[in-house]
Design a protein. Structure first.
Length: 341
C-alpha cells in the first residue's frame, strides 16, 4: 500500500537533498544495562563508547524535535547531527544512561508508554517529572499500553480507529496532565506503522518515528522517520561510524510502501535521482543477505528470492557518498498474519 503523497515536487526535493551536506541520524536505545534482555539492551561500556565516538567525530547532538524539523527542511548545511532516543522509559535510562549523558552534556528524548510507568523495571512518575524539568531531556509519546497499532486482519476500521486513537491520545493526555509536556513526537511500538497510523500522525501534526535504519533528510517523510537501533547486536563500534555519518538516500519516502505485507517476498521499487547511477546501489534482506537488483533506467526493483517467516524484516539499501560515507534507506515490512510479540 502506498502512502498518500505530501512531498515537495520531485525535482525540487532532489535538488535540495543532493546539495545538502548533512542529515540527522537518530539513535534508538531501550535498556542501557548488562543485565537486561540482550535483544533490547545496550551494554554500559558500549553505550559509553558510543558517546565517546560521537564526541570524537565532533558531531552535534541535537534535540530531537528541532533536529528533525531542520533535517526535513534541508537546513543542516555542513553540520551532521545526531539525536539520542530511548523507548519505553526503562529504569536503566534514569539510573545508568542519564549520568553518562550528563557527563557529555548531550540532550535526549525518552518515549514513554504510560501504562507501564512505575511498574517493575520502569521509570516512575516522580523520575519522569524530574526529567521533564531538565532542558536537555524531552519526554514524548510511545502509546499508552505499547500494543501493536496497525489495523489487524479482520478488524473493522471503526474498531481499529477507536483502539489506536485511544492509545495515542490517552498517553498524550497523561503526559500533559502529569508532567505538563505535549511534544508532537511519537515512536511507534515495535516500529510498526501502516497508512492509517501515518494519517493519525498527520492529523495531529506529530512526527512519527519507526525502528527502520537510516538518516533523516529533506526527502524523508514526517510520519515514517527512521532511527538506527542501537542494541548491542546492532550497535557494535565497527559499523558505528557508517551509521553516524550516513545520509538519507534521496528518494521520496512518501511514495514508498507503508510496509504492511501484501505479498511474500515483497517487492520494492526505488527511483534514483538522475545524478546517481542505480548500479551503485547495494541492498540486503534480513536473514537472506545481498539481494539482486533489476534496473530499468533510474528505477531499481528489489525483491528477496525467498519468502520470510518472521513478523518484521527489512530491506536495507546503501549507496556510496563522498568521503567513504553512505546514503542509507531501510524499508521495514510487517507480516500481520504472524503472531504479535
Amino acid at each position: 500500500m502506498l502512502k498518500r503523497s505530501m512531498a515537495l515536487p520531485t525535482a525540487l526535493t532532489l535538488v535540495v537533498t543532493l546539495s545538502a551536506q548533512a542529515d540527522l541520524v537518530v539513535l534508538q536505545y531501550h535498556h542501557v544495562s548488562d543485565e537486561t534482555p540482550a535483544s533490547t539492551s545496550t551494554g554500559v561500556d558500549l553505550f559509553r563508547a558510543h558517546l565517546e565516538r560521537i564526541q570524537s567525530l565532533n558531531l552535534e547532538v541535537a534535540p530531537l524535535e528541532a533536529g528533525t524539523r531542520a533535517a526535513l527542511a534541508g537546513e543542516l548545511e555542513n553540520q551532521q547531527q545526531v539525536a539520542i532516543t530511548f523507548d519505553d522509559a526503562y529504569e536503566s535510562v534514569w539510573t545508568t544512561a542519564r549520568p553518562l549523558l550528563e557527563e557529555y552534556g548531550y540532550p535526549y528524548t525518552i518515549f514513554v508508554n504510560t501504562d507501564a510507568v512505575g511498574s517493575d523495571g520502569y521509570m516512575t512518575w516522580d523520575q519522569l517529572e524530574q526529567a521533564s524539568k531538565n532542558p536537555d531531556i524531552l519526554i514524548a509519546n510511545h502509546s499508552h499500553e505499547h500494543g501493536h497499532l496497525p489495523q489487524r486482519p479482520g478488524e473493522s476500521r471503526h474498531h481499529w480507529q477507536q483502539r489506536a486513537i485511544q492509545s495515542l491520545d490517552q498517553a498524550q493526555a497523561l503526559l500533559e496532565d502529569r508532567l505538563g509536556v505535549n511534544a508532537p513526537l511519537f515512536a511507534y511500538p515495535y516500529g510498526e506503522y501502516d497508512n492509517g497510523l501515518e494519517q493519525l500522525m498527520d492529523e495531529r501534526d506529530w512526527y512519527g518515528y519507526g525502528q527502520q535504519s537510516g538518516a533523516i533528510g529533506a526527502t524523508s517523510d514526517s510520519s515514517r522517520l527512521p532511527r538506527f537501533p542501537m542494541a548491542t547486536a546492532y550497535g557494535q563500534l565497527d559499523s558505528l561510524d557508517d551509521k553516524l555519518l550516513s545520509r538519507a538516500l534521496p528518494v521520496d519516502a512518501s511514495q514508498l510502501p507503508d510496509g504492511i505485507l501484501d505479498s511474500n517476498p515483497p517487492r520494492l521499487d526505488l527511483t534514483m535521482p538522475e545524478r546517481m547511477p542505480p548500479s551503485a546501489l547495494t541492498c540486503f534482506a534480513s536473514g537472506q543477505g545481498r539481494l539482486p537488483l533489476e534496473i530499468d533506467g533510474q528505477t531499481v526493483t528489489v525483491q528477496a528470492p525467498d519468502a520470510f517467516n518472521s513478523r518484521r524484516f527489512r530491506y536495507n539499501c546503501t549507496y556510496p557518498a563522498a568521503q567513504g560515507h553512505f546514503y542509507w534507506l531501510s524499508q521495514q515490512w510487517v507480516d500481520l498474519s504472524q503472531p504479535e510479540d
